[in-house]
Design a protein around this ligand. Sequence first.
Ligand SMILES: Cc1cc2nc3c(=O)[nH]c(=O)nc-3n(C[C@H](O)[C@H](O)[C@H](O)COP(=O)(O)O)c2cc1C
Length: 164
Amino acid sequence: MKSAVVFYSLYGSTKIAAQAIAQKKGAALYELSELRGKRTGIFGFIKSGFQAVTKKKTKLADYFTDEITACGAIYIGTPIWGGMPAPAVNSFIHHNDFSGKDVYIFTLQSDPEVENMSKKAFSYLLSLIEAKGGRVKGLFPLLGSSNEAPNADSIMEQVSKKVI
Ligand SMILES: Cc1cc2nc3c(=O)[nH]c(=O)nc-3n(C[C@H](O)[C@H](O)[C@H](O)COP(=O)(O)O)c2cc1C
């Protein structure tokens, strides 16, 4: 069964986790990139948090629909913003059909209470994926960096211990 890892990352923590998962699972790796919108600086931070909390979607350069159609297992990764997934990941799920596919979700957040912090996002993503026909088989909350300097060793260790 072919597998894919699809992720969005602003500062790099989710990207490191995605690369480690792709290597561990022998999966193809696809990065979501937004067509518009600045997310850096204080205004970018406030806008991003607001959009995530209000479950906004955003236009993406590629939704990887053909690539996803060919896969049986898909790992989806997102940073947590205001307790919720990034808008790019909402868009990716809305644009694709997950019928008959096994889906695994991994989140990166800076709050060390990763289980608590990711609960709301997991519950939301689970409902989106099930509405698109997918079966959610695993939820992996991981601790990321709070800034632009991800700790690659810590993230790779968490992936090797937690992600199945
Ligand atoms: C707009 C914004 C909102 C955030 N909200 C939360 C939050 O609610 N809880 C949390 O633990 N971390 C929060 N963070 C921190 C990120 O989840 C964390 O830095 C994560 O590692 C970022 O992943 P990335 O490097 O792949 O972008 C927030 C970061 C940003 C930019």
